[in-house]
Design a protein around this ligand. Structure first.
Ligand code: TYM
Length: 328
């Protein structure tokens, strides 16, 4: 039986957080056993905020190394850099021409990001069209992402449908694959906000490369809710529910089991144990990351991945050109 296709992407921006890991990367690793997976370091998306060239180069390699360290097997998945496959930019432009100003204006991520920035580039606005191109080039069935990407995926489906209606059914309509628990890991200093590396307060997130003592400090400082009880209730106990989610995903224990374990025990003890669980969860990833950075064979992996990706993207792009009347 032919395996279903999975595609997902991650931006090469400095630090990756526990939110990236639990919301997306962990699913990427699990899916490699049962699906035909394409994973992409989306450096063209990073251009929307005009990064420093040298930093971008370094971050691209570091993120790729982190993905392998987190458990991706380059022999099982296709891991590549977006700009190595020129078809992404080409289809991105064409789909930009099919997405409306109204649709792009409604994207909450654009609204949030443009509020934070002094300079808002055209790329930041049309970013979801490039994301749609990434996904549609590969006949993708499933897209493992965090909750914050749901709206972009809905737009991807709308654009694909529009294309199919107008030019003939070429594109597969992708489904989001968002974990029920962990799809939205919240900030440690404010359970109303998503954990994000762009938060200026580094105590609000756990970086995947944070040393053990930093992790301990950040978790001990994490805000909690009123009352002493430890149970899962995202509405009324947002902070503790978020910590329980992290505990559960890092330890493999269910939330119910954790609620039982901590019955009658206080936040202090809970947080102390949680810190150790997170430290242990990240320890092997950090060790592998350091090895990979030293051995330096990430470039090789990415080169091979780009070749495999191009072999799928090029014929797809050829069909798009044909259908849209771009071949004369
Ligand atoms: P990015 O780079 O911001 O994040 C990478 C992945 O991590 C998830 N994530 C989280 N999940 C749960 N809780 C959090 N606090 C959290 N923070 C981040 C994101 O949902 C994402 O899955 N636009 C995308 C990149 C992209 C892409 C694609 C994704 C480009 N093309 C095609 C899928 C398919 C982004 O900026 O992700």
């Amino acid at each position: 039986m032919k395996m279903k296709r999975v595609f997902s992407g991650i931006q090469p921006t400095g630090i990756l957080t526990l939110g990236n890991y639990l919301g997306a990367m962990k699913q990427w690793v699990a899916l490699q056993e049962t699906h035909d997976c394409f994973y992409c370091v989306v450096n063209l998306h990073a251009m929307t905020v005009m990064p420093d060239a040298e930093e971008l180069r370094e971050n691209t390699l570091s993120v790729a190394a982190m993905l392998v360290a987190a458990g991706l097997d380059p022999d099982k998945v296709t891991l590549f850099v977006q700009s190595d496959v020129a078809e992404h930019a080409e289809l991105g432009w064409l789909l930009q021409c099919m997405a409306t100003f109204g649709e792009l204006s409604r994207m909450t991520q654009f609204k949030e990001k443009s509020r934070e920035k002094e300079v808002i580039t055209g790329g930041l606005f049309s970013y979801p069209a490039l994301m749609a191109a990434d996904i549609l080039l590969y006949n993708t069935h499933l897209v493992p992402v965090g909750e914050d990407q749901r709206q972009h995926l809905e737009l991807t489906r709308d654009i694909a449908q529009r294309f199919n209606n107008r030019y003939g059914g070429l594109f597969t309509l992708p489904e989001p694959f968002i974990p029920e628990v962990g799809g939205r890991i919240m900030s440690l200093d404010d359970p109303e906000k998503k954990m994000s590396k762009s938060n200026p307060n580094p105590n609000s997130y756990i970086g995947l490369l944070d040393p053990p003592d930093t992790i301990r400090q950040k978790i001990m400082r994490a805000v909690t809710d009123s009352g002493r009880e430890i149970y899962y209730d995202p509405e009324n106990k947002g902070a503790v529910s978020n910590l329980l989610t992290i505990y559960s995903l890092c330890s493999g224990k269910t939330i119910e089991a954790l609620e039982k374990d901590y019955e009658g025990r206080g936040y202090g003890e809970f947080k102390k144990d949680l810190a150790e669980v997170v430290v242990e969860c990240l320890k092997p990833i950090q060790a592998r990351y350091n090895e990979l950075k030293e051995s330096g064979n990430i470039n090789e992996i990415l080169k091979k991945g780009a070749g495999k990706a191009r072999a799928v993207a090029a014929p797809m792009m050829d069909k798009v050109r044909e259908l849209m009347g771009l071949k004369v």
